[in-house]
Design a binder for this molecule. Structure first.
Ligand code: TEU
Length: 561
């Protein structure tokens, strides 16, 4: 077992996550160990040497808990057991020890803003008004004798936020699907349940948690209606609610403080000021957060369906805000893909065809040397593209279907609806991992639960491992360059904030400087006259020979030490 891992588990609490390179696994789509068409834990175990070779030292595992899978596991019916098709608790324990043997930590997905409607708590809550679990959920009387919901809030999946309980006058709050009732965190029993769940997995040796939609757990108890709007009506009453920090500090004090673990909060719609309160070490709430500002630079109103042309200056402004905003105040997370976002190649003005590899490398280098902990989403390290779905029935994601039906209701023209929906659907990130060019891409020997992208013929791990200049080997180099004090603690300085095509920044620690320059366009652009680029040593580029011209999507990394 890797020495630094053993040492850190002996020590009470360390900020090991500041040296972590975290690989996100979406279990349904990673590797199918028993050929039932679904990825699973034995499949993950069979690929741990691959992750070791890539160089990552921590895995974020999207939910593997027991679940009816209405939202692919983000709807949990038993927090202490594994979804049977994914394997058993013994499989899980074996996976955890095999990871630790390789010096790879594991963080689990903590989904406690809501449970599944199949969870025994909820079943009891709605079957008996006097159930001790009734107050585990947010159940309110409807207006007009139950004919109308308690207020006009709407949820994240383009539906009303309330579900009527049978033909009673009562409704339960569900900000996602009707199969995901929100928990009532006002109830101290609910918070005790969550603490016990955390201790259960931490005592098993798990190293931390990615906390799902954690900024939604506190709701404004006035449950007031709001002025009608198209999306997320009422969000000011259920995002960053009044007791959020109190609850997070309670979890820290009663659980996290006693383990050498980390937490990363998924904080949709959070501002920099709100983020500072969440990650300032002295406040003892979260280790870091996922903010989504950079994933909203190509949409309007932070709703990804409202397409907006990408502008590099807008992205640089967001990166500058968060790099400077949290510098020496809190720790950032760094990501360009996850299981809710479309693939990055072909996004941010890049190209997923002729320039796929250089685009994947350019985007990788650009985000990898910012301050914070980098996350790599499965397949990103070989430059996987969006899915090649051709009809709505090939999509599996509940959100995609909900939004399609809302689009129909709003009479949005089908071609426009499909274009936006298909390019931005979450299923683009959930196609089976492409291990080789066999029929089902080495993911399985049988037809998977979701369509395999035909481009697995050329885009697959086997091919990437063979080619020295592949995206995989480029990510290996990025990972090896991150182990550097300047990257860890250096100040962030944007060297070309107003340039429309070039993203050039440096990380500075004393007189040591590390510089990244990236061309976000297909055009060839003259290398700007910046002394750092003329005098510093070129470490890495996604093109063989550098010149005074930056080629399409060219990226270069320099340093003076
Ligand atoms: O996502 C929350 C969230 O913000 C997403 O729903 C996002 O708004 C949406 O995908 C944008 O299209 C978390 C999980 O990451 C997601 O997979 C779950 O569906 C959701 O919470 C509910 O648990």
């Amino acid at each position: 077992m890797a020495l630094d891992y053993i040492l850190s588990t002996l020590m009470k609490k360390t900020d090991w996550y500041k040296d972590a390179i975290i690989y996100q696994i979406y279990p349904r789509s990673f590797c199918d160990g028993n050929n039932d068409g679904l990825g699973d834990i034995p499949g993950i175990i069979s690929k741990l040497d691959y992750l070791k070779e890539l160089g990552v030292n921590c895995v974020w595992l999207s939910p593997v808990y027991d679940s009816p899978q209405e939202d692919n596991g983000y709807d949990i019916s038993n927090y202490r057991d594994i979804y049977k098709p994914f394997g058993t608790l013994d499989d899980f324990k074996l996976m955890l020890s095999e990871m630790h043997k390789r010096g790879i930590r594991l963080i689990m997905d903590l989904v406690v803003n809501h449970t599944s409607s199949e969870h025994p708590w909820f079943k009891s809550a709605i079957s008996d008004k006097n159930s001790p679990y009734r107050d585990y959920y947010i159940i309110k009387k409807g207006r007009k004798n139950g004919k109308k919901p308690p207020n006009n809030w709407s949820g994240f999946f383009a539906e009303d936020a309330w579900e009527r309980i049978g033909d009673t006058e009562d409704y339960y709050l569900r900000l996602f699907t009707k199969g995901q009732p929100d928990l009532n965190w006002e109830n101290p029993k609910v918070r005790e349940e969550v603490k016990d769940i955390l201790k259960y997995w931490l005592d098993m040796g798990v190293d931390g948690f990615r906390c799902d939609v954690i900024t939604l757990i506190s709701k404004d108890q006035r449950f007031k209606s709001v002025f009608p709007s198209l999306a997320l009506r009422g969000k000011k009453y259920f995002v960053n609610g009044p007791r959020l920090h109190e609850y997070l500090h309670e979890l820290y004090k009663d659980v996290y403080a006693n383990y050498n673990c980390m937490t990363v909060g998924e904080t949709v719609l959070s501002t920099l000021d709100q983020a500072r309160l969440l990650v300032e070490p002295a406040r003892e709430e979260l280790s870091m957060i996922f903010n989504f500002d950079h994933t909203d630079v190509d949409n309007y109103f932070r709703v990804k369906w409202f397409y907006r042309k990408f502008k590099l200056k807008r992205l640089k402004k967001v990166v500058n805000k968060w790099q400077k905003g949290l510098y020496q105040k809190g720790w950032n997370s760094l990501f360009i893909e996850n299981h809710d976002q479309r693939r990055c190649v072909g996004r941010f003005n890049t190209d997923d065809k002729e320039y796929r590899e250089v685009s994947a490398k350019m985007l990788g280098a650009t985000y990898f040397f910012l301050q914070g902990t980098p996350f790599i989403y499965q397949g990103q390290e070989i430059g996987i593209t969006n899915g090649d779905f051709s009809s709505l029935d090939e999509y599996q994601d509940v959100e995609t279907h909900n939004v399609y039906h809302m689009g129909e209701k709003l009479k949005i023209l089908k071609p426009m609806l499909k274009k936006t929906l298909f390019s931005r659907s979450r299923d683009n990130a959930r196609t089976p991992m492409q291990w080789d060019n066999s029929e089902f891409a080495g993911f399985s020997n049988v037809k998977p639960w979701i369509k395999v992208n035909k481009n697995k013929e050329t885009i697959n791990v086997q091919e990437s491992l063979k080619q020295d200049d592949s995206v995989f080997h480029f990510y290996q180099k990025l990972i090896s360059l991150r182990n550097d004090e300047v990257i860890k603690n250096g100040e962030y300085i944007d060297l070309l904030p107003r340039d429309k095509n070039l993203f050039c920044y440096k990380r500075k620690l004393g007189d040591k400087e590390f510089v990244v320059i990236s061309n976000f366009s297909k055009k060839e652009i003259k290398l700007p006259k910046i002394k750092e680029l003329e005098e510093y040593q070129l470490l890495l580029s996604n093109y063989d020979k550098g010149s005074t011209i930056l080629k399409a999507f060219e990226t270069r990394i320099y340093r003076n030490y």
